[in-house]
Design a protein around this ligand. Structure first.
Ligand code: TXA
Ligand code: MG
Length: 346
């Protein structure tokens, strides 16, 4: 298996589209994280994603669909109809408010959507990414791109092209040329953590429910659309992001409530302390302190890259001060909680 990083010029985009058409895999940028994409209408192509990622085949994938300048009910209906049926009016309202953007909608799947994409479920996840290169690839391809985040199963999501390369180059010799991976490099992702997932499949009985928090918050959805959104639901569908251990670094990551109580008397060891708080840590002399951005948006953008970087420094432990409780931190708190649970394993 060859892995090549290419740019995002029009020639590079054509090359990536040609590769997709022939059932090839691409690493591609979105505004959230890089995706590992294949054309969503060919089982032979989609199967390769599961094999390369090492992901269980019953975990459904998100289908990425294109956008145009139009933002009308009619337009979104034509984009959704190839993939979904019984489309509720709420879906059109959400699309108008947030697409292209970091929101994934779960809808009843249309008849022709292949089981390899849905994990055998009757539902499908759909998202229109807000990233110029991704949208251009989608436009030229003329079908959807099925894509999970471009990391090996359970690992940290990639937010630039080099991260994608690092994920798959160690295992390249286990795969044949059919798996050749083209990584389209469009720099760092704007948002840095995965999309908000909202379930619209049981509106009559359960209303709208968030399955995975993201940087589009419940409040923002309610404010922009007037819809009422329910609490984070327990996702019954096999859902890797809902596993308690996920997004995980190899170095043990421990979340602590109070550094002065919990770390001051630690023997000096090769560990590091991360915090978004403005706190007096003069008595914390045995552990280096790494301040984090103090607003949620800036932290989301760098957190995965930082975890990757720290993971290479062979710290004994990465200590993280628990994030503030207010809702703007919910999505990052969710990821870091899972990262902590899954950390410390090879
Ligand atoms: O921001 C994102 O969503 C990124 C970029 C690449 O678009 N994608 C991403 O994909 O995070 P992935 O596969 O790493 O996470 C998507 C989650 C999975 O946990 C999957 O199980 C869930 O979405 N999902 C997909 N289709 C679903 C469905 N029909 N019902 C319930 N959950 C679904
Ligand atoms: Mg993922």
């Amino acid at each position: 298996m060859n892995i090549e990083i290419i740019g995002n010029s029009s020639i590079d985009i054509s090359k990536s589209v040609a590769h997709l058409i022939q059932d090839g895999l691409i690493g591609f940028p979105t505004e959230t994280v890089y995706g590992l994409g294949a054309r969503a209408d060919h089982p032979e192509a989609v199967t390769k994603i599961f094999q390369l990622k090492g992901r269980p085949s019953n975990h459904p994938l998100i289908v990425h669909i294109p956008a145009a300048k139009e933002n009308t009910d009619f337009y979104w209906m034509t984009q959704l109809e190839p993939w979904a049926r019984d489309i509720p009016s709420e879906a059109l309202r959400l699309a108008q408010a947030f697409w292209p953007g970091p929101l994934t909608m779960i809808l009843q799947k249309a008849k022709g959507v292949i089981d390899e994409v849905t994990g055998g479920n009757e539902t499908v996840g759909l998202r229109c990414p807000n990233q110029k290169t991704a949208l251009e690839i989608l436009k030229q391809l003329g079908t959807g791109i099925a894509a999970p985040s471009a990391n090996r199963f359970g690992k940290i999501s990639p937010t630039n092209a080099e991260h994608v390369y690092e994920e798959f180059s160690p295992i390249r010799s286990s795969f044949s040329n059919e798996f050749d991976l083209l990584i389209v490099d469009a720099g760092e992702c704007e948002i840095g953590i995965e999309s908000t997932i909202i379930d619209l499949t049981n509106i009559d009985t359960h209303g709208l429910r968030i399955l995975r928090p993201g940087m589009i918050s419940v409040k923002e959805i309610e404010d922009k659309t007037g819809l009422i959104v329910g609490k984070v639901a327990d996702n019954k569908v096999a859902h890797s992001g809902s596993h308690l251990a996920h997004y995980a670094p190899m170095t043990p990551l421990k979340i602590i409530e109070s550094p002065l109580a919990q770390l001051v008397f630690q023997p000096s060891e090769n560990s590091i302390y991360l915090s978004v708080m403005d706190e007096d840590l003069t008595s914390l002399q045995n552990i280096p302190v790494h301040p984090l951005p103090t607003d949620a948006k800036s932290l989301a953008k760098i957190i995965y890259a930082l975890l990757r970087e720290l993971d290479k420094k062979s710290y004994k432990t990465i200590y993280l001060r628990a994030l503030p409780q207010d809702s703007q931190w919910d999505a990052i708190r969710d990821r870091l909680q899972r990262a902590a649970t899954g950390s410390g394993r090879s």
